[in-house]
Design a protein around this ligand. Structure first.
Ligand code: 5GP
Ligand code: ZN
Length: 112
């Protein structure tokens, strides 16, 4: 997808601190971390959000979910939060599906 920053990270056109790459997913540290560990896990295909991803490519959706746990474990986390923001009102600012993996501090609930 032209002009999609996360597609550009998948293709390597934009650099990122990549912690995991498979044919299905790429995971990299968030540019503006909200916790000591803040990793984004994205499907290699462009889908607008997690719901579209689950509908159109359930194999990649499952791979994204599994990878959130892989990267959390590799970061040494046993307690962490996995978040999909869906829609601008929920805080989505990049419209390529992604899961946030947040940990390393006490995470409040409910989220803001
Ligand atoms: P959203 O607000 O859409 O749920 O999350 C988008 C996330 O992408 C934000 O946490 C933001 O900091 C991160 N982000 C935006 N642009 C870049 C980038 O170019 N590189 C990296 N590593 N993270 C980015
Ligand atoms: Zn994209």
């Amino acid at each position: 997808m032209p002009d999609c920053i996360f597609c550009s990270i998948v293709s390597g056109d934009i650099p990122a601190n990549i912690v995991l790459r498979t044919p299905e997913v790429v995971a990299f540290t968030d540019l503006n971390p909200q916790a000591p560990t803040h990793i984004l896990v994205i499907p290699t295909e462009h889908h607008e959000n997690g719901a579209e991803l689950a509908k159109d490519n359930p194999v990649q959706a499952a791979a994204v979910l599994a990878a959130t746990h892989t990267v959390a474990a590799e970061a040494g986390l046993t307690d962490y939060r996995t978040v999909f923001n869906t829609g601008a009102e929920a805080g989505q600012s990049v419209f390529h599906a992604h899961a946030h993996v947040l940990g390393g501090r006490n995470l409040g609930w409910p989220p803001g």
